[in-house]
Design a protein around this ligand. Structure first.
Ligand code: ATP
Ligand code: MG
Length: 415
């Protein structure tokens, strides 16, 4: 019996599962893989192969530099193969941000052989503290000669004889997971939660209008989580807004890029259009006219990138421009759908999400938004389309929009 095993609950912290990826043979089992599970429900959307291929690509994009050599698609899950010396902490941090993953675990990949399974179980549990345990087998492959309950019983008994721990099927300190799948047996003890959602790239592309505020980065996160790949567009009013404000937006995109690995940001110089609107339209209609011009430009960028929707951080009734009537009038400038994933969220919920994401700290830095320039004290809350059309006829924005597009700068972000 192993004298190092104490009667205290097994640790479930991440560092308790650090795989001994460099160990060849030693007292501990060499954790040479990472099992990745996704929610089956996602697959009901249709194309399973497409979903899995995109998830595999995303995992490799984020982790190959960290030591994941390959990702195998097994039935119903994936297996990342770890190179010796792989940086597990960094791999786990990366996997936590890959949408589509329900949970993952560092694992031992071994042959489908009961003697080897039992020996590996003992090695794997040697440095763990647990007073109770259970073995939980899932058999993806029915040709294995034993049923899951038989495997649980036999491996469980083998463990019970070697550790001072009892079997507890309802609330064990430790669960030894065993997956008999394709040509492998996979064994692991700790599950780490993934972010859920769908792999980025499985739900086409959209253009996200990103300001430096709190809302739009959260809106971006929510859409990426649904598998949408985003192209970012920011309107600035240089020289009236500072380079620091633009830099803040770049930092936000850098942070959001960690979920989609490659991003484009279009920086659109908007001051000329704004000044033109200020000179020719009633003050109360300015913000709506800005927004409609923004939507038109964002749409040109969307068509250029084969994107099929726009995304904004608008939130019903948060500010004067965000009444339903005004949202309708903004939509009427667009041919693509405008997605507003925060429409029904409370500000407190949005702030909490921004804090979790890490964008909050950047968003609350002093910032000059182009739309807070030249804004009247009483913006229209119930804009009328005929009035808008009257102003827009006078404005003749199209040549200005073309000029603005020509001066737009594009930046690329890579992980
Ligand atoms: P945010 O916190 O995202 O700035 P907000 O509550 O301040 O949102 P508004 O300033 O009215 O609301 O902006 C509504 C939405 O319009 C933003 O969420 C964003 O999608 C878009 N938007 C506003 N200003 C800009 C900008 N300068 N560049 C790009 N998009 C913008
Ligand atoms: Mg704003």
């Amino acid at each position: 019996m192993d004298s190092t095993v104490q009667n205290s609950p097994a640790e479930t912290r991440l560092d308790a599962h650090s795989p001994d990826v460099t160990a060849e043979a030693g007292p501990r089992a060499a954790l040479n893989g990472v099992v990745i599970h996704y929610h089956e429900i996602a697959l009901k959307l249709g194309n399973r192969r497409f979903f899995e291929q995109q998830l595999r690509r995303n995992v490799l994009r984020a982790t190959s530099v960290l030591g994941v050599k390959d990702v195998l698609r097994l039935s119903g899950r994936m297996l990342g193969i770890l190179a010796p010396g792989a940086d597990w902490e960094k791999i786990a941090a990366a996997l936590r941000k890959i949408f589509g993953i329900a949970y993952f675990a560092p694992a031992v990949k071994l042959e489908q052989n009961m003697a080897e399974i039992k020996a590996t179980a003992v090695k794997l549990l040697t440095d763990k503290n647990f007073a109770s345990f259970k073995v939980d087998t899932r058999r993806g492959q029915k040709h294995f000669p034993m049923t899951s309950p038989q495997i649980n019983a036999e491996v469980g008994e083998h463990i019970r004889q070697r550790f001072p721990a009892r079997v507890d099927l309802s609330q064990p300190d430790l669960t030894l997971h065993l997956e008999i799948v394709d040509n492998y047996a996979l064994m692991y003890t700790g599950r780490i939660e993934g972010p859920g959602g769908l792999p980025v790239g499985t739900s086409e592309k959209a253009v996200c209008l990103i300001s430096g505020g709190i809302d739009s980065p959260v809106a971006a996160y929510k859409m990426m989580k649904r598998g949408v790949k985003l192209i970012f567009v920011h309107f600035h009013s240089a020289p009236f807004t500072s380079p620091a404000s633009q830099r803040n937006v770049e930092r936000l995109v850098e942070m959001l890029n960690t979920y989609q690995f490659r991003s484009k940001l279009y920086l659109v110089p908007f001051a000329e259009i704004q000044q033109h609107i200020v000179a020719h339209a009633a003050p109360s209609y300015r913000v709506l006219l800005y927004r409609r011009a923004m939507v038109r430009i964002a749409e040109m960028i969307a068509y250029k990138n084969r994107a099929h929707a726009l995304v904004t951080g608008e939130n019903v009734a948060q500010v004067a421009s965000q009444t339903l009537v005004n949202m309708k009038v903004i939509n009427q400038a667009a041919t693509l759908p405008i997605l507003r994933p925060l429409a029904g969220d409370d500000k407190q919920e949005i702030i909490a999400m921004a804090q979790r994401l890490g964008t909050f700290e950047i968003s609350i830095e002093p910032f000059e938004d182009c739309c807070s320039l030249f804004v009247p004290p009483h913006p229209e809350t119930r804009a009328k389309l005929p009035v808008i059309h009257e102003f827009e006829a006078k404005l003749d924005l199209q040549p200005l929009i073309e000029r603005t597009m020509a001066k737009t700068v594009q930046k690329e972000f890579k992980l």
